[in-house]
Design a protein around this ligand. Structure first.
Ligand SMILES: [Zn+2]
Length: 432
């Protein structure tokens, strides 16, 4: 035996022990229920490599200040950040938007008041759009063009400022500009979302795959409660709990469409379920309604015609997610032809409705339900032709009592346990 070999092994063992002791993340499951949701508008976490030392260049660009100034004739948007950064920008039509894309950014604006929409700007939205990409979407009240776009060095390189000057143009000129820009660079706002890079694990025989889809994420925060709860954080928290509850009930494998605060397009959510050969899709939401007295859990399935006005309204607002994040809906229409007429889908719909009825029955024992809790509308996220899919509004963040309930740990445990019970009952004939 070589001398020094056991000494080397001893050293290796000590190193491993040290790594275990010093690294608090070591050994914690990625989708652990105990994880707190990512903070509002936080850029997604860098890929999980707990052992690797962090290179400061890999951390997100810190955006710490910004302003919207001017009026309808000339509007200026500025954004201050901590290091030299490259941006792309392009305009989009219907709705009118200017999209600014950059690397992963952490948005911590010092004063929200300076970013109040004014002049040509009607709304500002920002956040992660993919793992290493962030986006600012500036909604416009009138067609506009960029007079200038520059990045300046402030205080000799202490920090940097992006400055965009906008002025109004006629709709015709705007339409021409957008068409030209698409011809030159092929921008449609589409970006590779996180799921594109995740290869699904091969499906094991006898196992049932449940895709859990936490609504919204990244740049799309979803609804916001009176007490400040963001829908995207709440849905992720509940999705994690649900995965763990379903996991306790036997032959199920659960997959989350997202496990961090990142934007996923509706089309990608559907594609994710198909790639993973899901047996059931459960999309989790907690939206807002104009009618703030409306409360209680609601289960939605896909239908060509909405069951009622409320269902129609919810589907409209959900389907707008991609547009608000600066994606082109034209591309979506092509990718999702009218599959509603398809026979398979009708068969799938029957299963979706059946699951919905079991779900309502199980929830009813513990959870406050809306009047007529089974509703339907044309939800883009439920359009996987072969996979039974439901969208659950666990409550409505526009109602303060619902908000209080949904953020309560005990309530979350009860709700996710009942959903998991419904999953088990739905698949019981296959498990025997
Ligand atoms: Zn939602």
């Amino acid at each position: 035996m070589r001398p020094g070999f056991s000494a080397f092994r001893l050293l290796l063992a000590i190193c491993c022990l040290l790594a275990l002791v010093l690294n608090p993340q070591f050994g914690i499951a990625q989708d652990s229920v105990q994880q707190t949701p990512a903070p509002e508008t936080a850029a997604p976490a860098t890929p999980q490599t707990p052992q690797a030392a962090k290179d400061p260049a890999d951390s997100p660009v810190l955006v710490f200040d910004g302003a919207i100034q001017g009026d309808g004739k000339a509007t200026r948007f500025t954004m201050d950040f901590d290091r030299k950064t490259e941006f792309d920008s392009f305009f989009m039509d219907s709705p009118l938007r200017l999209v600014i894309d950059g690397p992963s950014m952490l948005f911590r604006f010092a004063d929200a008041a300076t970013l109040e929409p004014r002049g040509l700007v009607t709304f500002l939205r920002y956040g992660a759009i993919a793992r290493e990409r962030s986006r600012v979407v500036i909604s416009l009240g009138h067609p506009a063009r960029m007079v200038s776009r520059k990045t300046e060095t402030i205080e000799e390189g202490k920090h940097y400022r992006l400055e965009v000057e906008l002025e109004p143009v006629k709709q015709g000129e705007f339409t021409k500009m957008v068409a030209e820009q698409q011809r030159l660079v092929g921008t449609s706002g589409e970006v590779a979302t996180i799921g594109d890079r995740v290869r699904p694990a091969p499906k094991e025989k006898g196992r049932i795959t449940i895709v859990i889809d936490p609504g919204h994420g990244g740049i799309d925060g979803g609804a916001k409660g009176v007490h400040g709860t963001q829908e995207k954080d709440l849905t992720l928290q509940i999705a994690r709990r649900l995965a763990s509850e379903i996991g306790k009930r036997g032959a199920f494998d659960t997959r989350l469409t997202r496990s961090e605060d990142v934007f996923i397009s509706l089309r990608e959510r559907v594609a994710f379920s198909e790639r993973n050969q899901a047996d059931l899709v459960i999309s989790i939401h907690a939206d807002s309604l104009r009618q703030n007295w409306v409360r209680g859990a609601t289960v939605y399935t896909l239908s060509r015609k909405a069951s009622d006005n409320l269902a129609h309204e919810i589907a409209e607002s959900e389907n707008a997610s991609d547009l608000l994040a600066g994606l082109d809906d034209a591309a979506d229409d092509e990718a999702l032809p009218d599959i509603l007429a398809d026979l398979t889908l009708r068969e799938t719909t029957r299963f979706s409705r059946f699951f919905s009825s079991i779900l309502v029955e199980k929830l009813d024992s513990d959870i406050n339900l809306i009047k007529n809790p089974e509703r339907s509308a044309t939800f883009a996220v439920l359009k996987a032709p072969e996979i039974p899919s439901v969208l659950i509004e666990l409550g409505y963040l526009s109602n303060p009592d619902d908000e209080k309930l949904m953020t309560d740990e005990e309530w979350q445990k009860a709700a996710t346990a009942r959903i998991a019970d419904a999953v088990l009952k739905f698949f019981e004939p296959r498990l025997r």
